[in-house]
Write a protein that binds this ligand. Structure first.
Ligand code: MN
Length: 258
């Protein structure tokens, strides 16, 4: 079995290393990942500039390819022949949960979406960071990705055994707990994020305004049966996502407009 590992935090991120190491017992692991952080970059296809893929090594000596493309570009390059035939694509481990509407922003998730587009099973894995640590990069690098990596392996084992339906990917979120403290796995639906974004206006040295999308870290609605609900209750959340974004609920009412 040949597993492609990628992420959106960049090839040197500790979550990627933990994931690659955890998956190695399942087969051959190839790493093609971005050369920089593409978090919250959405689903990208780079068409108007060339893409590079540079040979690098991870902290444990594992050979990898670092591309100047987005996570989804990395997956496309790999599946189009940059590496040998891939059986499953695993993206992560992202240092923040990807729940609710996050999946539309997430580079971690869109890498797995790219796999689904090419008919290859895709799994996105994210760690639900301790809220008071969010954004603190120095702390983040010291997080223990071990439990989430072990969960990722257990999920990938099942994906390989059972397969995934067409156009479907798995969005996996793991609570920040010791492995023994995780209460189990819940198969969930997409929940609801609560964003607390705020416009931050500043001025450059020439007096011209510039803006940041600032504010506090997002929370979520901890409803039972959802991704966020599972995490808050101490469970791993496994959400099957589908590439068909049609609102079937709105189809009928919308047709009445004409
Ligand atoms: Mn990220």
């Amino acid at each position: 079995m040949h597993i492609l590992v990628t992420n959106d935090d960049g090839v040197s991120a500790p979550g990627l290393l933990a994931l690659a190491q955890a998956l190695r017992p399942l087969g051959k692991v190839s790493v093609v990942a971005p050369d920089r952080n593409w978090s919250a970059s959405g689903h990208v296809k780079t068409l108007h500039r060339p893409l590079r893929a540079k040979e690098v090594t991870l902290a444990d000596g594992t050979p990898a390819l670092a591309s100047d493309g987005a996570p989804s570009d990395c997956v496309a390059l790999a599946l189009l022949g940059l590496v040998e035939k891939v059986d499953v694509v695993v993206s992560g481990i992202n240092p923040n949960a990807n729940i609710g509407h996050d999946v539309t922003y997430s580079g971690t998730v869109t890498a797995a979406m790219e796999a689904a587009i090419w008919g290859v099973p895709g799994v996105a894995v994210s760690l639900d960071s301790p809220e008071d640590h969010q954004g603190a990069l120095d702390v983040r690098d010291n997080w223990d990705y071990g439990p989430a990596a072990r969960v990722a392996r257990e999920v990938v084992e099942r994906v390989v055994r059972f397969g995934l339906p067409k156009d479907t990917l798995l969005n996996v979120n793991v609570p920040y707990l010791k492995y023994e403290e995780i209460r189990g796995v819940q198969v969930t639906r997409q929940g609801l994020r609560v964003y607390r974004d705020a416009l931050v206006r500043r001025e450059d040295p020439q007096g011209r305004p510039y803006y940041w999308i600032g504010g506090e870290a997002p929370t979520g609605v901890p409803e039972e049966g959802t991704d966020f609900g599972a995490l808050k209750a101490g469970y791993v959340s496994v959400t099957p996502l589908h590439l068909d974004l049609t609102s079937y609920e709105a189809l009928r009412s919308l047709r009445e407009w004409w």
